[in-house]
Design a protein around this ligand. Sequence first.
Ligand code: TRP
Length: 336
Amino acid sequence: MDTPKKRIFSGIKPSGELTLGSYIGAIRNWVALQNDYDCLYCIVDMHAITVRQNPADLRRRTLEQLAQYIACGLDPEKNIVYIQSHVPAHAELSWVLGCYTMFGELSRMTQFKDKSRKNADNINAGLFTYPVLMAADILLYQADLVPVGEDQKQHVEIARDIAGRFNQVYSPTFTLPEPFIPKTGARVMSLLDPSSKMSKSEQGGDGCITLLENPDDIMRAFKRAVTDSETSVRFDPEHKPGVSNLMTIYSCATGKSFAEIEAEFEGRGYGDFKTAVGESVVELLRPIREKTQELLANRDYLESIYAAGAERAARLAQKTLDKVYRKVGFVPRARG
Ligand code: TRP
């Protein structure tokens, strides 16, 4: 008998368009994991509303994100791909877990402190309990591994602490999850400010490339990308963050190693290099954009995917939720 595959859970909020950074930093890795792990990939719309959203945009981006997951190569048969709000167990477990999470530990979360600063006029309770909902996402499915960026590590750690506490008070109930951080280099930085992550929040500017961006805009953004005052294409994130970021992107888009890239641009200026990176990204994103558009034109198909995904997810989630409800002392619901 084969040993059972490890379970993976991850998700992205539909609070902005997916970017080249989302692809290289997350979704591309998810695709690479889909054969060796038992994976759930969620569109976490409930997390998105911790910051005020325009309802029509949220709905559009949620469906777009689903189409993009698939267009990037996530196979909806191999993986459970679904929308968080379609599986009520997330909200239900989140309430219970909130009663096993301390005010003090939530107050110390870096993302809460950051977001409170950025949204000073809307420091709502959902923003505060965000990590509890995220813990519910992960723990409902008994996930072993959670692929996330460095900035989300603290959230996986608190999920682990909450799980450990619950297991301690009752009896083993939850698998203790671990963050699964992709190799460094997969983190894509802003093209205009290579000290900050390429993020959905700076969208609209040339620092960020969205997955649906058209080729002209992509080329323009790469031509404007910040480099440095030297002329050599050399990988050195500390001293040459802009050039190193472009090398990372080029390496991901072409499969070339850093040494090959350095050799290719030896003695040539940054102009040639930036054009080559831009062109490689245009080609990388072309099939993703086309496939996304094709999928978005087929609402029935998308609906069948998210319906099937939610059903599969709900079945797994319910098992955990039933156990939790029993352990905390809720009277089981009458059958029939
Ligand atoms: N907080 C994550 C982010 O901002 C998104 C997220 C929500 C998530 N629930 C999750 C990631 C569960 C991994 C697992 O990127």
